[in-house]
Design a binder for this molecule. Structure first.
Ligand code: SAH
Length: 258
């Protein structure tokens, strides 16, 4: 049965600690406990999220759609209860099995790049493929920006975690898939955009094939010297056009499933 996470702390860090929640009757596997009284919880979480959005805007994110999506998705619902206090800081956080949820800044940046796809300029983003579902946070953000989100995860444990994290949000346009994202997901192709949350040494052929003409791929990729950089590939009627942007730090893209 789906258990609710503890609510967002009723006070901001640096202020007096909130009264401890009632002890949970029996903590389920995964360390979740019952939600404390909901009074005031949503409000404070919204305020902290609004502050995160202000920082994103100050840091150069200009897309209103992206800022709204970042403001709408409750990042604290995607991290372990012990990390809830850090959920709206611009930091990556562990999500289990050696993987991490990306910094809000990086998620927003990559989403903004996706919206810059030629195909998105008239009528927005259609189908998007995400490689690396992780805890499901970025898929939830994408669900506000694209008509359909197909997201692939190669680790069964995280695929299941994302499913239970996302269930309460009832996002009908997010399709969680278990499989090797290096192969893409041909059944959903062609995609207006492909976004990878894990970095490899080369762009898998399948991704380029499954991208629509006018579509855009945004992915971390190792360049010469091993440095990981954010890569943007646009599929034009005349072929692929590649741009290498800033350095980034993502977990490795691995083949196969586990
Ligand atoms: N977008 C995620 C970030 C997760 S970290 C979030 O919001 O939480 C990157 C994820 O990519 C990890 O969960 C890792 O297991 C996954 N990954 C790595 N290689 C993959 C592959 N070939 N196919 C699918 N997922 C992969």
């Amino acid at each position: 049965m789906q258990q609710r996470r503890p609510g967002f702390p009723a006070r901001l860090p640096g202020t007096a600690a909130p009264a401890p929640a009632r002890p949970a009757p029996a903590a389920p596997a995964g360390g979740r406990s019952q939600a404390p009284s909901p009074s005031g919880v949503g409000l404070d979480s919204a305020a902290v999220r609004a502050r995160m959005v202000q920082k994103l805007a100050a840091g150069g994110i200009t897309s209103t759609a992206v800022l709204q999506a970042m403001g709408a998705v409750q990042r604290h619902q995607f991290v372990d209860s012990a990390l809830v206090n850090q959920a709206y800081e611009d930091t990556s956080l562990p999500i289990g099995l050696g993987q991490t949820i990306s910094k809000p800044n990086v998620v927003a940046r990559m989403c903004e790049l996706l919206l810059g796809a030629e195909i998105a300029r008239s009528g927005g983003l259609g189908r998007v493929l995400e490689v690396g579902t992780g805890c499901g946070y970025q898929a939830a953000v994408l669900s506000h920006l694209a008509r359909e989100v197909y997201t692939l995860e190669r680790l069964r444990g995280l695929h299941d975690k994302a499913r239970s994290n996302l269930r309460p949000f009832r996002l009908a346009n997010v399709h969680l898939l278990f499989g090797d994202g290096m192969l893409g997901y041909a059944k959903g192709a062609p995609y207006a955009a492909i976004i990878a949350a894990a970095g490899g040494d080369a762009v898998p052929q399948a991704w380029c094939e499954q991208l629509a003409v006018g579509g855009r791929l945004v992915a971390p990729m190792a360049v010469s010297g091993g440095q990981q950089m954010l890569l943007v590939i646009d599929k034009t009627p005349h072929g692929l056009k590649q741009n290498v942007l800033e350095p980034v730090h993502f977990v490795p893209l691995k083949s196969g499933v586990a």
